[in-house]
Design a protein around this ligand. Sequence first.
Ligand code: C5P
Length: 232
Amino acid sequence: MGKGVIIACDFKNKADTLAFLDNFKDEKLFLKIGMELFYSEGPDIVREIKNRGHKIFLDLKLHDIPNTVEKGMRSLSNLGVDMTNVHAAGTKDMMTAGLKGLTKEDGTRPLLIAVTQLTSTSQERMENELLIKEPIEDVVMHYAQNTKEAGLDGVVCSPLEVQAVKAKCGKDFITVTPGIRFAAKDAGDQVRITTPARAKELGSDYIVVGRPITQAENPVEAYNKCVEDFID
Ligand code: C5P
């Protein structure tokens, strides 16, 4: 399994996204396309970015009844993305259905990972609004175990949870970790943050980096620093 820096392309439209990508000339990147861009531009944005030779993590976090997730994933399976995801809260049946839908007739498929508890969910809200009373760390680990049992490849989690996830689900179980910052003062709305170098020490497989690269004065330099600190 390769290590990688995934750039979160949180842009509102195709023009902004392509203008950003032009900074990188011919360099081949691993890019995350989320709801904002996918809902505004549709599947064509995925095809266009694929045609430029980049890898894609399509971050749509599917969560519905198993049949709907299976059919939704079947539609996404034709896009040629490299990684996509579901919510583990949809249960093992739903995750297995997603995996089935994503798998092509020849048996190939993109990596499928699951979101455990969103990092925006606090212990308090989980208890009061979702009526889940266990410590959030235990909930994340339990969802990771369910994800593994459903046959998926890994989870999105905080870099701070990587070691516990690997201990429970095995070293080959992929961890994709957002919440990356070069310095604590740049946290923005992220709470539990880590530097690329620390994420490497903690054993993350992929870091997802948005604003520290997309809003940087020199995005190429910021990306290269991530690669240097996380991979080299
Ligand atoms: O700009 P920033 O580096 O905070 O972007 C992080 C990216 O990772 C965003 O696209 C955000 O939606 C995503 N993400 C996250 N936390 C999660 C799951 C996804 O920050 N638990």
